[in-house]
Design a protein around this ligand. Sequence first.
Ligand code: ADP
Length: 586
Amino acid sequence: MNFQPHLERLRLLYPVRRQVAAAVFFMALGVGVQLLLPKGIAYFIDHVNELNLASISWPVVGLGLGWIAVQVVASTLRYYYFERSGHLIINGIRRRLFDVLINQPVSFFDRHHVGEISSRLSSDVQSLHQALAMGGANALQSLCMFGGGVTMLLTISPALSLMLLVLVPANLYFGKVSGANYRDYAKLVQTSMADSNRVAQEQFTHVRLVHAYNQQAGASASYAEASRRLLEVALAGVRLQSAFRGGLSVLDYGALLASLVLGAWLIGRHALSVGDLMAFVIYSTMVTQAAAALSEFWNMWMRSMGATERIFEIMRTHQPPAASRPQAPPSGQLGFEDVVFSYPERPGVRALDRVGFVIAAGEKVALVGASGAGKSTIAALVLGHYQPLGGRLMFDGVAASELDLAAVRRGIAVVEQEPSLFSGSIAHNIAFAVPERQVSLAEVMAAAKLAHAHEFIQSFPQGYDTLVGEHGVQLSGGQKQRIAIARALLRDPGILILDEATSALDAASELQVQGALDRLMEGRTTIIIAHRFSTIAKADRILVMDQGRVVQQGSHEQLARQQDGAYFKLVKDQMLALRPEAPLPA
Ligand code: ADP
């Protein structure tokens, strides 16, 4: 048996060991007091004739009240400390898992959908809570009860106890066998759960499109299909659980019947008192119940092992970033040397095929080419989202592999085609550019002014504190873009990556965005994933891409003269699409 996965989970208890110790103390106290009760009852029954009931009634009531008081205090505090430790563990593991997830390379998110990931964070972690806190508490209690009960049984009648000795291992074995099956079911349940969450999240994310195409019924159907699969595996688990419980109760009642029969026989032979048989029956019920609870716990534990297998797998992938000496961010010179790259999800397709170029510091380069030519892939590699399979990237003449990724990224800013804004204030969204230190509002404003965003931000009643996104104002495409530009300006990078917006901005806001962009590009090495002719023409140099290769490069004038070149054809196509009657560029 491989103990590693068990130890891995038990280790989670370490940080909360004090709480767990307190919980175990109160649990042992409770169990000890509980174990006294049948013995007390036996004494009472066997001595009922000798006892002067009228005179002892007060002490009996006093004892009873004391028993209840200890029981109440012990069970309350036991519950409190176990639950508290459970929540502390879960909170810790959730945060650790989030840290690991947010630090995963971008390729991880190509493979895993956001809905799936959030399901891992919520439901998988929850099942660990159940196993560790509630399950663990019950199991420990049962273990104590089991040990104490067996001791009591042996003191009452070793002969009767022998019979139970056969039944109890049967009980435990039963739990072990079904536990192994549980593990597999639980894994399937969590996978199906993650899958149905993924479907739901996707439909809600695209809710506008779903409504626009009257696809609500289709959305419901996909969710119904995903939850049907979840139901199927869950029900298979329930069938197993029911069979397990049925089997256990056969053992329980069998044990009870056998003790009564054998006990009656022993009483007939004066080897046992009536009170002792009574106590024995109660103890044996306690012991079989404790054994049943232990096997049930084993099931729960195995279920949680299955359910949390994925999150532990993910957590094991985490490699703490190598502590490197602080490096200055690159100042602007950038080169690709024979770079070959395929996306991990599509190993057969070369997204970049021996791409080589050098961009001088401060130079503005436009990447043009048909969709799928590899323009965004170049940007993704510059940002270090993926590593090249062959060749290398150079920053200021140093290979990227020699540099600290975080330092490289500190020198780069991105303005996306569809700027991503977080739900939070506008100021927060701009200050996002600088994670290393506290950014003052004055700095945020200065950046916004340069980005031509200050005016419209000021026009909102809440100004820079205006919330954006789901629970705040909805910004227009041009406004979002100017906020993204302000963010990039605040970062003050040596290298800039612009995924140029194709969204049709109205003429006025296009002019403002363009003005802000010009300001942003000043003096910075810029890679523009270009769509608009106006930007292409302004670039110092154009790299024309086709199927992962750089097929042509030069200034607009140079390239436009090569009438058999890819650039000429691209421009011609674009011109024709815009204005069929437009003259071809000379
Ligand atoms: P462009 O930006 O020029 O439109 P891309 O760089 O996005 O082109 O894409 C280049 C190639 O890589 C295309 O064949 C595209 O389908 C593929 N590709 C892009 N992103 C991914 C990804 N995350 N996983 C797998 N393949 C991808």
